[in-house]
Design a binder for this molecule. Structure first.
Ligand code: GAF
Length: 392
């Protein structure tokens, strides 16, 4: 068993004096292509990865929740009918999920919980969605509530929007809960229809390069981008009331009405309309096993995020520019919300170690920063850890 899981179980025993009734793992996510398209009702192409959050949990007969964050070495006890915001911000993700399950009318008691994980925080791989997804899954199992998986996804998004206060889309929770081994998932963020595309890493691997920076602009600019997209939709709706989101807009229609836009709103909308189309085309590349064409689209996405959507930063741009110099890299781009976090790199398998070495050296020499890299494996979504022999 992963030593981290053993340590979490031991902390549970030492703190609560019993064995946990249930062990759950809940993964972080990557996204191959389709950035900032989820809240525009477009397509995304994420997958769950082998960086996970682990939960040791037992039900209680009262409504008390005793919770311990193993990595942070923090704890808080609260009641399910007293979900207040305290200084322990990590509890917001737990309380938000409890709140949403209650709002759906389900009845359950409190729990004893120790959780911890190896998902890099602030790296853009969604440790927060993994936390929400893991707890929602665990409560559903512990109390046999029978909440369908997609409803778990949606309630986790509402927890983040309403309790935590980030107006995010649905991609991260979806990937964490619905991921599958060796598959990326094309999700239609409007209809919530999805399709798995095989993505084995026999010939090519995925490496994340973590800038190690998280610029403070992140949350405020995220919400600004959403507002800019909505402004664009309002302009276009005046001509075609059926337009509900940028998903409904063709590039030709957008160009036709360019004169009515301020330049910033226009380039934001242009990026989104193109990116939604790019995901659809990139999936065709995958079906044809044409990873070169796929990788080229990853670079195009980065250019759009850098120059038009303007959510990149110097460190991310540097890493993508460096990746471009390496012929073994098929594609690279910033991943997630932006303003820091990781780049995702699609690389010929045998070349990954040399790539990591060169990138680490260049990052140190040019920006005097330490690069953290992760070779990621695509794994199944949130699930029970059935036995002590399961590889975690
Ligand atoms: C963050 C959000 F949480 C997602 O919903 C998504 O919008 C992403 O940024 C950008 O694609 O991870």
């Amino acid at each position: 068993m992963d030593p981290l899981v053993t340590a979490i179980i031991e902390t549970f025993r030492a703190s609560f004096g019993t064995e946990p009734a249930l062990l759950v793992r809940s993964p972080g996510r990557i996204n191959l292509i389709g950035e900032h398209t989820d809240y525009n009702m477009g397509f995304v192409l994420p997958a769950a990865i082998d960086r996970e959050m682990f939960f040791a949990i037992s039900p209680r007969t009262d409504n008390v929740c005793r919770t311990i964050a193993y990595n942070l070495n923090r704890q808080e006890t609260f009641a399910t009918d007293q979900l207040e915001k305290t200084e322990e911000k990590w509890t917001y993700y737990l309380k938000g999920v409890i709140d949403q399950i209650q709002k759906l009318g389900y009845e359950f008691h409190g729990f004893d919980l120790v959780f911890g994980g190896n998902i890099p925080v602030g790296a853009g791989v969604s440790s927060s969605a993994a936390l929400e997804a893991g707890l929602a899954f665990a409560i559903n199992e512990l109390y046999q509530l029978g909440i369908p998986k997609m409803a778990l996804v949606q309630l986790c998004q509402r927890a983040e929007n309403q309790f935590v206060g980030l107006n995010c889309g649905i991609m991260d929770m979806f990937a964490s809960l619905m991921g599958d081994t060796d598959a990326v998932i094309r999700l239609d963020c409007r209809s919530l229809e999805y399709e798995y595309f095989p993505f084995t890493q026999d010939q090519h691997v995925l490496v994340l390069c973590d800038t190690g920076v998280k610029h403070s602009l992140g949350t405020s600019e995220y919400n600004t981008r959403r507002a800019e997209c909505e402004r664009g939709v309002a302009i276009l709706q005046a001509h075609k009331p059926s337009i509900q989101s940028l998903r409904d807009v063709s590039i030709e229609f957008l160009q036709e009405h360019q004169a009515e836009f301020d330049p910033v709103t226009y380039k934001r909308c242009k990026y989104i309309v193109e990116e939604i189309n790019r995901v659809v085309e990139a999936c065709k590349d995958l079906q044809k096993d044409d990873l070169e064409a796929f990788g080229t689209k990853m670079y195009q996405t980065h250019e759009g995020l850098q120059h038009e959507y303007e959510v990149s930063c110097e460190e991310l741009d540097f890493l993508v520019d460096q990746a471009r110099l390496n012929p073994a890299v098929l594609g690279a781009r910033m991943m997630g919300g932006g303003f820091g976090g990781c780049t995702i790199n699609l690389i010929e398998k045998g070349a990954a170690d040399a790539f990591i070495e060169t990138m680490t050296k260049a990052y140190k020499e040019s920006l005097n920063l330490d690069l953290v890299t992760h070779k990621v494996v695509i794994k199944k979504g949130t699930s029970r850890l059935e036995s002590s022999n399961e590889r975690v």
